[in-house]
Ligand binder design. Structure first.
Ligand code: TMP
Length: 256
């Protein structure tokens, strides 16, 4: 498996050269990081769950006409994707106040926002992914005005879709982060959704108990991350109760 060429390694995923030109293999690691990787742990089985949850979300987005990089899941930890040029902007959509919005602006966590808010962050670990405005993005050439328009329009569609999807299984979509890429096909460039959508990149609260079911369990040392990710997958109906998530390969059964 490891003879493939590694194209890029991030905090939670690795990209390998794909089987055909224009494709890549996206591998989900078990690494959990927060605060720009100052906090780091391996959580056995997280990658398997995120692979499945992200597959489910991207497949559904593809089917409602939101263009994405996703082609198909290959195995427990890998999916086949279209090679794109990642736009170095993290797009955050917020429905309920939490996280850095609450700490930066003093809005109480849990307040429903008067409308969904879109924010942009410049993807740059050395600078700790600072929040930026459209002015910064266009002035420094990270994305063009039409690309920003595309990202915002797609972000709103993703928010509407995800909000409904999670609401239907008793989960509130508080906020999420998405990334986009430029897909070059026959001399035409399109902005498509890339990266992943999983409990690593969303805030998900149980609608009744307000229990956190996302990576805040790790960021805030609440414990039980895997159980909560499994519960998200279970509610979405995408994982059998007894399906293994550890993905360490076949288990040897003793014959005696
Ligand atoms: P924030 O409140 O910390 O700015 O996070 C907003 C959303 O973005 C939240 O759903 C978590 C997600 N997120 C990431 O996916 N990656 C990151 O590096 C950060 C800081 C947030």
């Amino acid at each position: 498996m490891s003879r493939r060429r590694k194209i890029y390694e991030g905090k939670a995923k690795i990209l390998y050269e794909g089987p055909e030109p224009g494709t890549l293999v996206q591998f989900f690691k078990d690494d959990a990081t927060a605060f720009n990787a100052k906090k780091h742990e391996i959580i056995d089985g997280k990658g398997v769950l995120n692979n499945r949850i992200s597959e489910y979300v991207f497949e559904n987005l593809n089917s409602i006409g939101v263009p994405t990089h996703f082609i198909k899941r290959i195995n427990m930890r890998e999916q086949l994707i279209k090679e794109v040029e990642i736009i170095p902007i993290e797009v955050v959509v917020r429905n309920i106040a939490a996280g850095s919005l609450s700490s930066r602006l003093g809005v109480e966590e849990g307040n429903v926002l008067p409308r969904s808010i879109i924010e942009f962050y410049y993807k740059n670990d050395e600078l700790n992914d600072p929040i930026v405005s459209e002015e910064h993005i266009t002035a420094f050439g990270w994305a063009s005005p039409p690309e920003i328009d595309d990202m915002m329009a797609l972000a709103i569609r993703v928010n509407d879709f995800l909000s409904g999807l999670f609401l239907g299984v008793g989960i509130q979509l508080v906020d999420f982060k998405i990334e986009f890429g430029r897909l070059y096909e026959n001399d035409v460039m399109r902005v498509v959704l890339a990266d992943e959508i999983s409990p690593d990149s969303c805030r998900l609260w149980d609608i009744k108990t307000k229990e956190k079911m996302d990576k805040d369990r790790f960021r805030q040392d609440l414990g039980g991350l895997l159980d909560n990710y499994r519960e998200v997958a279970r509610r979405l109906g995408i994982m059998n109760e007894n399906e293994p998530t550890r993905g360490k390969g076949p288990v040897l059964v003793k014959s005696d």
